[in-house]
Design a protein around this ligand. Sequence first.
Ligand code: GDP
Ligand code: MG
Length: 446
Amino acid sequence: MFDNLSRSMEKAMRLIGKDGTLTAENMKEPLKEVRRALLEADVSLPVVRRFVKRVEERALGTKVIQGVTPDVQFVKVVSSELIELMGGGVGAKELEPGFPQIILMAGLQGVGKTTAAGKLALHLQRSKKSCLLVATDVYRPAAIDQLVKLGAAIDVPVFEMGTQVNPVEIAKRGVEEGRRLGVDAVIVDTAGRLQVDEDMMGELRAIKAAVRPSDTLLVVDAMTGQEAAGLVRAFNEAVDITGAILTKMDGDSRGGAALSVREVSGKPIKFVGVGERMEALEPFYPERMASRILGMGDMLTLYEKAEASIKEEDAQRTVERLMEEKFDFNDFLAQWKTMNNMGGMQMLKMMPGFNKITEKQLYEAEKQFAVYESMISAMDEEERTNPEVLIKSMSRRRRVAQDSGNSEAEVTKLMAAYTAMKSQVGGMSKLLKLQKAGTDPAKAAQ
Ligand code: GDP
Ligand code: MG
């Protein structure tokens, strides 16, 4: 797909060379290479400009890690910025939680909405979630047939009311039907148009208001070139999307649209379509995509090895904190965030003993954590780092409740959760101390 970028990066590395450091001067030509390659891949010009600027700023701002040559450093910065541009973080973005999850499909005609609706249903079904598909494209009779056939092929029920009923009404009834059936997810397919127009946006807005979806996914054809940015902006402004699905990635498109989605809307690509079959849907991993684009796996491994030794120092600091038995609300939140980043509660589901957890319980648990987070954000620095003051002061607890829009009972619950986690951490720190005493007597004696 991005062959040119990969080749340009090699050229850029030669231009920078292995001596010295990265400077505005020696990056000038290499940055031009990156810029040209991105434009050739149909990435929109404003997106390219911002990207190149960020790479330059970041490359000048980062300190060079020992044992890494400037050319490798440059590749690393481009790679990190690419990952950031496509959504950042680790792993793929999940669908938003909900009970039921309600997923609204949006996008122009022919981009692959109906196909993607079927693919998502199969994907959810494979993770043991039941689905209902809802057909609201009343403008072409064949569109309803298409969804009915897809549903039959993957054994997912399809709700339709023919072509004589208003799409908003169908969507609303469809979701009601989903609730009645007790399905885990309702996927609402919609009609597209050849171009962005007010009719389509109006209808989408009305459907969205009627069904209040947990996800509104913009389906984008990977072949969309320069227009991708404008398209994403129009849909995002009209219906505030939660993410995108990039279809037809199996084709020979240059795929520049992949880079525009996040930059323009701030929303992640959640899935990619890689064929016409129902199985041809993959989660979108920004990191994998970036290394595919750059095709420079070895370089990055080298860099990561150098970086790992620095990360070790960070880990050491965490251990030291544990040893001192410090555990405040910042730690509480960090602990939870780590869990959440790893797929959070969904991970729990795969652990023995937890696999009886229902979707609803998972959803409730995720909501609970969101409440905790809102209360912790409402604390001042002293309360966050020294929870004792909150335990002692009723008026502080009341203020936190008020400022975060929660009840005092919720704050009490948070204090209990904090105390429970702290005692667990206390146990861990004792274990660490024992371990350290056993393996490293000289240090333990200090
Ligand atoms: P809609 O108008 O947005 O609902 O688009 P459809 O779902 O009807 O898809 C339009 C055409 O694109 C169909 O022929 C699909 O088979 C095809 N299509 C959809 N997704 C993909 C994909 O990921 N790869 C390929 N090669 N074709 C796709
Ligand atoms: Mg369709």
